[in-house]
Design a protein around this ligand. Sequence first.
Ligand code: TXE
Length: 476
Amino acid sequence: SVFEYAPAPESRSVVDIAPSYGLFIDGEFVDAADGKVFKTVSPSTEEVLSEVAQAGEADVDRAVKAARKAFEKWSALPGSERAKYLFRIARIIQERSRELAVLETLDNGKPIKETRDADLPLVAAHFFYYAGWADKLDHAGYGANPKPLGVAGQVIPWNFPLLMLAWKIAPALATGNTVVLKPAETTPLSALFFADICRQAGLPKGVVNILPGYGDTGAALVAHPDVNKVAFTGSTAVGKEIAKTVAGTRKKLTLELGGKGANIVFDDAPIDQAVEGIVNGIFFNQGQVCCAGSRLLVQESIQDELLDSLKRRLSTLRLGDPLDKNTDIGAINSEEQLARITSLVERGEAEGGERWSPACELPESGYWFAPTLFTNVTQAHTIARDEIFGPVLSVLTFRTPDEAVAKANNSQYGLSAGIWTEKGSRILAVASKLRAGVIWSNTFNKFDPTSPFGGYKESGFGREGGRHGLEAYLDV
Ligand code: TXE
């Protein structure tokens, strides 16, 4: 299959990390105008990986100007020509996927098993998928000759650094827009490697610009008057700030924000399969996933059996060196995120939740959190309401399907849900009542570039992926 790629990466020596990186503007790596830099560390060891230029307002302006200039030619290319570049980028990603998987694991802390088998194949698949659309936009269902918007300002988080970049950049380029993207401050490296891949692919200068930096860099990008489209994935709080900035301008906006996904297990569910799905739902990427199944809703009659199996399974998970291909649970991305998780877990205990973790030794350096289960949780508890964004599962029970639906929908968020049952009719009935943008049945955290992804309620608006993902980048 075209989605297969290089053999398993095994050590950090497969990737050559430079001691310092510049901003990527107009096809060149350059210093920040004010010379500012910041360090990026490996969360599993706290080792400094590299020093990265930090973009300020002047750099944002320079990058947006480069993207504006590039837009004239890029948008005028026939779609079939843009497709060639995107296919080339997709193939280079496959060819360099060992490097990229190791790099992502080092900078983010997630297990190599995940970067190798999930992130990288999905990144390549996303570019292949949107490459395929570039010459078919007349057939996207939006009428003949839909127009690109112009310069897209894109701000992404640290939990899937390269995949979020792919979700943002691939549809933008396929539709003829140009891009200025700000990666998260804790994970700039794979985006800078991607910049190098753009050069390798011969992508015209200025079509993609990468500006590492903190929140103020993102804020300057979003506010820049010559940006036509803003795409953001991150916290609900920052999403609301961005919505305020964009209000009153003609910028088009999509927001992909937090979640508190319900994983609903009925009494007829295949228990072993459900246990795997629950584990994948909340411990994949240490739970730092917007669509994580962070609330387990289990039918009361099978609660004991399910929790026994789940605890046995959790006791087999291996936590440690993310570059070890047997590792299931890697490091938390940053000290700040670890502090956030810790404080919410303490709150969970203070409010009466019962905390359980398997016996598990945490490495001495780096940022770690053991897989954690909370029982004795009610809907009023903070840990049942707030996004924890960590390896922490809150268990609640229900008796009837209606009660399951009511509890699942009792959230400010509406991003994801899972339904576990053998009954097809029940899957359809329950799914139709859930207020969530993505619903899985008898599986969880499955992604595919052909499927639109996005939220209801405070999880944001707009869709990424699939044909719907084109809409965000076109005037139709
Ligand atoms: O997010 P931020 P943080 C949630 C999750 C997590 C919490 C905080 O619950 O615990 O958010 O994480 C940039 N204008 N999610 O603090 O700050 C920032 O530099 C423009 C869910 O890391 O939202 C980074 O590039 N940009 C989420 C990006 O926004 C700004 C993924 C995300 O950082 C900015 C991440 C500003 N004012 C966190 N301030 C998901 N939906 O998957 C910051 N940024």
